[in-house]
Design a protein around this ligand. Structure first.
Ligand code: C2O
Ligand code: CU
Ligand code: CU
Length: 491
């Protein structure tokens, strides 16, 4: 059994010094027409992409050093939290069957840890274990062994220290993980687009959320792609781009549109469709990812995120500001010049697994509720699953290894809650009382305000203690999270 290695980081104080040869953001040529905004925010620069670190011979070993430091965000110099000096952190590229080792150095002044969101890996020991805490100044070595049949797709990493997750992610701690396709797809180019939102204060710090914002889930004033406001992308007509999009926002839903271009969706999360689906828009709850093909058509198109109604919380005593995100510009794609080389169609993908005909071994219901406790005058918000707030010492749900379960997710509150389950993806089988006609696998499933969704889960391959929670990270920090224990296989 692997044991957790924990050593005190002697490099404390040596943040960004020699030995950390990785990280940062690759700088590209900026366009001359880049315009500074009202508060010193600069938009319109050429898109930058995070540094890429790829596995070799089945292994990728990286150091991720978390620190609070000066970075360029939205074209401004700000103090943010970063992995290896970049916001986002480096993109980690691995393959099914690989071992990913991450040495997490916590250079913050508070506890943190690491989660690999969506990876189907063990939740135990030094695997994807969110019960591990990495104290300030400590280093913990994580190791993730991807099964040989791990689904390809877009994943991501971020801290999971209960109570600080929203602050640390909002502060800048997030990065993409790509599990490569066994056979490369026919594309002209690939881009990683990590979308986040942030609010900056006048002195170059990231704004603290106020209590009211944490009830609805904070949304940042600025929408960022790889740390930039409205970056510029260019392509030639007929080129096929593959966009790996991560919604790393703490609470904001993205409803993405790219008028004037052809979009087809390969997958949401790890759930690859049999063939790419033509789409007009792509809705991503916090934590969701999209693996998207864009076929470039001449002209300039703005990637926008349309206003999304995720409900409102409260109403009593003026509490609960409604999170009514307005339309926002995400990026601008300019397609011009000679047509790119013609490409053959993207090959059909393997037929996805379908649990709709499976034998269900257990059924359960998770009820998401919100309310104000603590008596008169407001008091504490409660965000609960089945009436309880998170307790790391309690197991809420026990499941049998290799069982197939059906979960009814019910939301009695007036805000949407995106449910995320670690380790095992969920197949959505019923929405708004209607059976879902296609195979849809996701690891974040939105449970609409006063609505319900039914999912099926196959608890294969791994056992141990893990969690499910609302991916509005302010709700997770408030306790909208449960512990799940999967028994080891019987021998
Ligand atoms: Cu993206 Cu438990 O988290
Ligand atoms: Cu996760
Ligand atoms: Cu929630």
């Amino acid at each position: 059994m692997a044991t957790l290695t924990r050593r005190t980081a002697l490099i404390l104080g040596g943040i960004g010094a020699a030995g950390v040869a990785i990280g940062g953001t690759v700088f590209a040529v900026t366009r001359p027409d880049a315009t500074p905004g009202s508060s010193g925010v600069v938009s319109g620069h050429g898109l930058l992409e995070p540094t890429e670190l790829s596995s070799v011979d089945g292994r990728l070993a990286v150091t991720l050093e978390q620190s609070r430091r000066q970075v360029t965000l939205a074209g401004r110099e700000v103090r943010a939290l970063s992995y290896n000096g970049g916001v986002p952190g480096p993109t980690l590229r691995v393959r099914a069957g690989d071992t990913l080792s991450v040495s997490l150095r916590n250079g913050l002044t508070e506890p943190s840890n690491l989660h690999v969101h969506g990876l189907h890996v063990s939740p135990e020991n030094n695997g994807d274990n969110m019960f591990v805490t990495v104290e300030a100044g400590d280093t913990v070595d994580y190791e993730y062994v991807l099964p040989a049949d791990h689904p390809p797709g877009v994943y991501w990493y971020h801290p999971h220290q209960h109570g600080s997750v929203a602050d640390q992610v909002f502060g800048g701690l997030y990065g993409a993980i790509i599990v490569e396709d066994p056979t490369p797809l026919n594309i002209s180019r690939e881009r990683v687009l990590v979308i986040s939102d942030v609010t900056l204060d006048g002195s170059g710090d990231i704004a603290q959320a106020i209590a009211m914002d944490t009830m609805s889930g904070r949304e940042g004033e600025l929408l960022l792609v790889n740390g930039q406001v409205n970056p510029a992308l260019t392509a030639r007509p007929g080129e096929r781009e593959r966009w790996r999009i991560v919604n790393a926002c703490v609470s904001r839903y993205l409803s993405l549109r790219l008028d004037g271009q052809r979009m087809s969706l390969l997958a949401i999360d790890s759930g690859r469709f049999e063939s790419a689906r033509e789409v007009e828009d792509v809705v991503l709850a916090p934590g969701n990812r999209a693996d998207l093909l864009v076929t470039a058509q001449t002209g300039t198109s703005v990637l926008r995120s349309l206003a999304y109604d995720r409900g409102a919380f409260g109403g009593m005593m003026g509490g609960g500001r409604a999170p009514t995100s307005a339309d926002a510009t995400v990026a601008t794609l300019t397609v011009a010049g000679e047509p790119g080389a013609a490409l053959d169609p993207v090959a059909a993908q393997p037929v996805p697994r379908d649990l709709r005909a499976a034998t269900v071994t257990a059924r359960r219901e998770l009820v998401f509720a919100m309310g104000m406790g603590g008596g008169m005058g407001g008091g504490m918000m409660s965000a609960t699953i089945n009436g309880r707030v998170f307790d790391a010492a309690r197991v809420d749900t026990t499941v049998q290894f290799a069982s197939v379960e059906e979960w009814l997710l019910t939301n009695t509150s007036t805000l949407d809650h995106p449910l995320h389950l670690h380790v095992w993806p969920m197949q959505i089988v019923e929405e708004r009382g209607q059976a879902v006609e296609t195979v849809r696998w996701q690891d974040v499933v939105n449970v609409p305000a006063n609505g319900s969704v039914r999912v099926r889960i196959a608890f294969d391959d791994f056992s141990g203690r893990s969690v499910y929670h609302c991916h509005i990270l302010d709700h997770e920090d408030s306790g909208m999270m449960g512990v799940i224990y999967t028994y080891p296989p019987r021998v």
